[in-house]
Design a protein around this ligand. Structure first.
Ligand SMILES: [Zn+2]
Length: 225
């Protein structure tokens, strides 16, 4: 009997010690602040939501309205700062014809311009052809002589088929040019005072291009900035 009483007494004291410890410990952690609940996600990996890209309104409009071929590959896209306008000084032609001519006669990689706007003879009237230079975003070969070759490096070269020393561009050529120049202005932040005829490009070699009948003043009056 004494033996069992001794066991019960020991067990009773151990239970007392155990609850005493629980009481002390719970007192240590108790506070009024709500404890944040830890929720374990059932999925194995958390997913990161990429930030939403905000496209400025003018760029969004440009994206919707312009041909896909005008959009350069994003990984190659160059920072263009000016536009130089040329005429072909020929009555006809297209990007392929000028490409062959520039390779054979001038030993260039190919056509010197980024864009060629047809006059209805060898390509559509007002048709805009995109050349390998624009697709690859490489320097042009259309406006030599400028300091550090800046015009070929940083100016987009646009050629209208025709000889505007004697004639004027077609209405459709001008409409296409206006659309293309407006797109380039918006995309690269080029103001109209950075749009040149070849002969007016700072530092360019003396030339008549794009011809005395090319309506540069009228073109600029139709541009918004
Ligand atoms: Zn020129």
């Amino acid at each position: 009997m004494v033996f069992w009483c001794e066991i019960e007494r020991k067990m009773f004291s151990r239970v007392l010690i155990f609850f005493g410890c629980v009481f002390v410990l719970s007192g240590c952690v108790y506070n009024d602040e709500p404890v944040p609940e830890i929720v374990y996600h059932s999925g194995s990996e958390s997913k990161l939501v990429p930030p939403r890209t905000v496209i400025p309104e003018h760029r969004e409009i440009a994206y919707k309205q312009i041909p896909r071929a005008w959009l350069p590959p994003s990984q190659l896209e160059h920072k263009w700062t000016a536009i130089v306008i040329h005429h072909s000084a020929t009555t006809s032609g297209n990007a392929a014809i000028f490409d062959k001519m520039h390779k054979e006669e001038r030993h260039w990689e190919g056509v010197g311009y980024d864009f060629v706007i047809g006059n209805g003879i060898d390509s559509g009237d007002g048709q805009i052809e995109v050349t390998f230079r624009w697709r690859g975003q490489i320097a042009g070969a259309h406006c030599g002589g400028t300091p550090n070759n800046w015009a070929n490096e940083y100016a987009v070269g646009i050629c209208l088929v025709g000889d505007f020393s004697h004639t004027v561009p077609t209405k459709r050529q001008m409409q296409s040019l206006l659309k293309l120049v407006s797109f380039l202005q918006k995309r690269y932040g080029i103001s109209k005072n950075r749009i040149y005829g070849h002969k007016s490009t700072p530092g360019a070699r003396v030339t008549d291009c794009p011809g005395k009948m090319f309506p540069m003043t009228r073109l600029k009056s139709m541009l918004s900035y």
